[in-house]
Design a protein around this ligand. Structure first.
Ligand code: CO
Length: 136
């Protein structure tokens, strides 16, 4: 049985730059870098305490996921980082030059405020920030 999401791997062209992003810009804890010689791969890990897998599918056969599936096919769509103050994080990242898909957070799944960072600002990966608004 599946018990946890162990990790998500992102292929990056500049490892040092990406390590800095996840440490400094997203504030994650850097657990270290390890070269897996047999796989001819250099890795860097940032442990996170909990996560969920989200499946995304077009609602009523329309919307951005429909366009995504037509253009790129099925696959990893986005990573979502939880924030405890989304407006503050958005302002901070905008100041650093990050582009967002909308001007301000909107209401998403699970009564959360959500906003997406443009993949161009993050090595081609679509990143969502969310802040849960309570259990209602
Ligand atoms: Co999501």
């Amino acid at each position: 049985m599946i018990v946890a999401l162990d990790h998500i791997a992102i292929a990056v062209p500049d490892l040092e730059k990406s390590i800095k992003r996840f440490m400094d810009d997203f504030g994650l804890t850097f657990k270290g870098q390890e070269d897996v010689v047999a796989a001819k791969t250099s890795t860097a890990f940032f442990p996170l305490p909990e996560t969920s897998i989200e499946l995304v599918h077009p609602l009523n056969d329309e919307g951005p996921i429909k366009g995504y599936l037509e253009k790129k096919g099925p696959g990893l769509h986005h990573l979502c980082f939880r924030s405890d103050n989304i407006e503050e994080d958005v302002a901070r990242l905008k100041e650093k030059g990050y582009q967002f898909l909308s001007d301000a957070p909107t209401l998403g799944a699970h009564n959360s405020k959500v906003i997406f960072i443009h993949p161009k600002s993050c090595d081609g990966v679509l990143i969502e920030l969310n802040q849960p608004m309570g259990e209602h």
